[in-house]
Unconditional design. Structure first.
Length: 68
C-alpha cells in the first residue's frame, strides 16, 4: 500500500523523522533514497525510560547518549 502512494506521488527521496533503522532499510529496499534522518526526540522521563531502553536494546533504535 505504501509503495502505491509513493509511486503515485512520484516520491524518490525522503527526509525521514525516525529512530528506527528498520524503517530506513525498508524504504531503501523500495528504491526510496533516504537523504537524511531526523532523530525523534521525546525527552526522557521516569515514565518512558524503560520503554526507550527496551527499544534501543531489542530493536536497535538509534538514540543519542543520555537519551535513556
Amino acid at each position: 500500500m505504501c509503495t502505491i502512494m509513493l509511486d503515485h506521488l512520484q516520491v524518490k527521496q525522503v527526509k525521514l523523522i525516525t529512530n528506527n533503522p528498520s524503517k530506513i532499510q525498508a524504504l531503501q529496499e523500495l528504491g526510496i533514497d533516504v537523504v537524511d534522518r531526523v532523530p525523534l526526540t521525546v525527552g526522557l522521563n521516569p515514565f518512558n525510560a524503560q520503554y526507550l531502553k527496551t527499544k534501543h536494546e531489542r530493536m536497535a533504535h538509534m538514540y543519542k547518549k543520555g537519551d535513556f
